[in-house]
Design a protein around this ligand. Sequence first.
Ligand SMILES: *[C@@H]1O[C@H](CO)[C@@H](O)[C@H](O)[C@H]1NC(C)=O
Ligand SMILES: *[C@@H]1O[C@H](CO)[C@@H](O)[C@H](O)[C@H]1NC(C)=O
Ligand SMILES: *[C@@H]1O[C@H](CO)[C@@H](O)[C@H](O)[C@H]1NC(C)=O
Length: 214
Amino acid sequence: MALRYVQLLIIFVLALATYKRVLASDPDILSSYIVPENNKVDANFSTYTGFWDIFDDVPGTLNITKAALAEFPALDGQNVSYAMLKYPANEDSSDWKEFNLHPHTHPHAAELLFLVGSLEVGFMDTKNVLYTQKLKVEDLFVFPKGLVHCQYNSFANLPTHADSAFGSANAGTVSVLIYMFVFGTGIDNAILVKSFKTDVGTVKKLKAGLTTHK
Ligand SMILES: *[C@@H]1O[C@H](CO)[C@@H](O)[C@H](O)[C@H]1NC(C)=O
Ligand SMILES: *[C@@H]1O[C@H](CO)[C@@H](O)[C@H](O)[C@H]1NC(C)=O
Ligand SMILES: *[C@@H]1O[C@H](CO)[C@@H](O)[C@H](O)[C@H]1NC(C)=O
C-alpha cells in the first residue's frame, strides 16, 4: 500500500514538472505594471539607459546589448524586450563563411529585426525548409517564435547593426547543437539536400559556416 502511495507521488511530481515546463511563456499580470521591491515607481523606473552611446564603437566581434527582464526590471509582466546587435565586417562577403550569430532559437518569443545596415538571415520552419534573405537598410524581418535562425553580415568590409524587438520580457536563447551535429558530421550533401528540401549550394554554405567555427 505504502509503495503504491510512493508510486503515485512520483507520478504526480513528474506530471507537475512536465506541466511547469510546458508553461514556458510569460506569466499573466493582473495590474498595469509590477511595482519593484523598493516601491519606487517613477518615469526613471520605465527608462532604460543601457543603450547610451551604443553605436560609438565599431565591434571586432559580434556584440549584443540587451534590454530584457534582467537588465530592465520594469519589463516584468510586459511581455516585451529589446536588443541592439552590432556585427563586425566580414572580409569575404561572397559566402556564408562565417555566421555572426550561430543557429539558435528563442523558445518564448518571436523576434522582429530592424536593419540599420545590411545582413543575410535565415530561418528553418517546422518542415525543415530553410528560408534565407539578404536584408537591406530599413528592412524589417520577423523570426517566428521558436524557429531556428542565424545571421551573417554580408556587407563587404563594413560593420553593420540591427535592433531586435521580442514578444517576451525573457525571450530565452537556445543554441542549436543538433544543427551542429547534422551539418558538422560529414553527412553526404545529397542526403542533406533531400532531408532539408534545399540545394547543394545552401548545404555547402551551411557546412562552410560550421567548419570555420570548430
Ligand atoms: C504575456 O504573455 C502571456 C502568454 O502569451 C499572456 O498570457 C499574458 O496575457 C501576457 N501578459 C501581458 C501583460 O500581455
Ligand atoms: C532620473 O534620471 C535622470 C538621469 O538619468 C536623473 O538626472 C534624475 O535625477 C532622475 N530622477 C529621479 C527622480 O530619480
Ligand atoms: C558591447 O557594446 C557595448 C556598448 O557599446 C559596450 O559597453 C560593451 O563593452 C560591448 N561588449 C563587448 C563584449 O565588447
